[in-house]
Design a protein. Structure first.
Length: 471
């Protein structure tokens, strides 16, 4: 017995547990869980605030939805609860006590497990978290993590089981019952912690959205914007406020009114070389449910100062990664948008609207297709389903047909993009079907390629006029 007492003692006696030490351990574990949760919470919000300076105007700010925010809070709270539980166990069993002898090998294993779990894991997880946090500011959004929700829950559960790896050797009697009670307590603590907001995130969201709102772009199965031309564009975001008034935001995150659109374009022109001004494009980012008349009001301001190249930013499904990505549909506006021009005081140094395009004099249209754009699309008073629009345009695109878009006052921006994308897609299909010269790399410097493209553009032109109509 004396030998056993001095060199090896594997006895366990929970009756000798100090209630005071247990209570202090529980309080210490709860406090540790709170501070660890607060640390994770503040780090997340810090990276969100830092990312606002890296996110471009074309990208939406990193605003978490309530469901995602609740998930992140619960995940951080669960991690903090498990680590806090480990700290409680470490405090109770780290010092020599009457439960486990100082020479008991189970005590050493138990203490070593909890030390590794608490400190080594915190070091590893924080390092990985900081790496992903920095990477998220420039290369990915926070929504990326939502795809790993099942793995996250499994990760926390495995971490809990790891904390019981050697603790189960101590609680041999009724081990599963005690382990289940411990798990339920940690779940309750995690749920309680997850409801705490350490930082006023609503104020941060409000500040980030003040002049850079989140835009729900329309969807399209077609896009034709060329990549490149860096800097040769003007970005504008459009949305309606709570009172239904139009709000316009610029790329330098200023809020302007309709009368200031021309000034923004002229400021941009002043910053580029004169020979590049004809290549300047205006990117329009508008909510898909906004009435299309507001988009046309912006275009009327563009046309009044000879800015005819516009790009409608849309969401397009990338089949390779099965994710909607932001693309653009290019279009040249004409004088028909002047129906939407609001009479306002215009400075004398702003040019008057240009003359109608040359093609109206060159071509003599023998047929006009009247396309009524609203919730339902009608062509010459015949209802055409959305799935048949491209096929319809394929049959009617030629040099003698004019497409007259009747834009209803209630038509949404998404309705307009639906028809326009189908029309341009049909033109693109016809041109590609008749293309014979392909030069993947230096096609821009190939005169034969340019000549054939000019012939195809003339054979399958894009003749669109737009007319403002009421119900």
């Amino acid at each position: 017995m004396k030998l056993k007492r001095r060199f090896y003692d594997a006895s366990i006696n929970f009756k000798n547990m100090s209630l005071k030490q247990l209570l202090i351990g529980v309080v210490l574990g709860l406090a540790s869980a709170f501070f660890i949760y607060s640390f994770f919470y503040v780090i997340r919000e810090t990276f969100r605030v830092m990312s606002f300076g890296f996110v471009g105007f074309e990208q939406n700010p990193n605003i978490l939805s309530e469901s995602d925010r609740n998930f992140y809070n619960l995940f951080f709270a669960a991690l903090s609860s498990v680590i806090g539980n480990s700290i409680t166990i470490l405090f109770v069993f780290s010092k020599p006590n009457k439960i486990l002898s100082r020479l008991n090998p189970k005590r050493k294993r138990l203490v070593n497990d909890q030390i590794f779990l608490s400190f080594n894991f915190m070091y590893w997880f924080t390092k990985i978290g900081l790496t992903f946090g920095v990477f998220s500011m420039c290369c990915m959004g926070f929504d990326f993590f939502s795809y790993f929700k099942p793995l996250s829950y499994l990760f926390v559960f495995i971490l809990f089981l790891e904390s019981w790896k050697n603790l189960s050797l101590v609680f041999k009697k009724n081990r599963l019952k005690i382990q289940l009670i411990n798990l339920l307590v940690l779940i309750m603590v995690a749920l309680g912690l997850s409801r705490l907001d350490i930082v006023n995130y609503k104020a941060i969201d409000k500040l980030s959205l003040k002049n850079n709102p989140i835009i729900d772009l329309p969807y399209s199965n077609f896009y034709n914007e060329d990549e490149g031309g860096y800097g040769l564009y003007i970005d504008l975001k459009l949305q309606l406020d709570e009172k239904g008034n139009l709000e316009i935001f610029t790329e330098d995150k200023r809020k302007i009114d309709l009368n200031s659109v021309a000034s923004i374009v002229l400021e941009k022109r002043a910053s580029v070389r004169e020979e590049l001004i004809p290549y300047l494009k205006a990117h329009i980012m508008a909510n898909r449910n906004i009435p299309v008349k507001y988009v046309k009001m912006i275009e009327a301001e563009f046309y009044a100062i000879n800015q005819s190249r516009v790009v409608y930013k849309i969401y397009n499904l990338d089949l390779f990664i099965n994710i909607f990505i932001e693309k653009g549909i290019q279009k040249r506006i004409d004088n028909s948008v002047l129906e939407y021009k609001i009479n306002s005081a215009v400075n004398k140094w702003i040019k008057m609207p240009p003359k109608p395009p040359v093609f109206l004099k060159k071509y003599h249209f023998k047929d006009t297709l009247n396309i009524s754009i609203n919730k339902q699309i009608k062509i010459n008073d015949v209802l055409v389903p959305e799935t048949n629009l491209t096929a319809f345009f394929l049959r009617h695109i030629n040099q003698e047909t004019l497409f007259l878009y009747h834009l209803n006052e209630e038509a949404s921006y998404q309705d307009y993009i639906r028809v326009l994308s189908s029309h341009l897609n049909a033109v693109n299909i016809l041109r590609q079907q008749n293309q014979t010269i392909f030069n993947e790399y230096d096609y821009k410097d190939n005169p034969q390629y340019k000549k054939e493209q000019a012939i195809l553009n003339e054979k399958y032109p894009i003749f669109i006029k737009e007319k403002r109509t009421s119900i």
